[in-house]
Write a protein of this length. Structure first.
Length: 73
């Protein structure tokens, strides 16, 4: 089950980066279409919210566990 969560998180991160890159590409074109840029950024925000919910659900069900940074001595 842990591998599935890792793949979902990786896929969400990849989708976020691709959507952000697509928005940048559409924004930098000479004849930029603001609807395409807004759509790409909306997709990015949606994926970010979905990733947050996925991580919170995985934490709630015990599939992932937060860990603190160890203090160096």
């Amino acid at each position: 089950m842990e591998i599935i969560i890792r793949l979902l998180v990786f896929g969400a991160f990849l989708g976020i980066v691709v959507s952000l890159g697509s928005a940048l590409f559409n924004l930098s074109r000479k004849a930029s279409d603001s609807r395409k840029v807004a759509r790409d950024l909306t997709i990015r925000v949606g994926l970010s919210v979905a990733l947050f919910i996925l991580l919170m659900l995985a934490w709630y069900f015990g599939l992932v566990a937060p860990h603190g940074l160890s203090a160096r001595q």
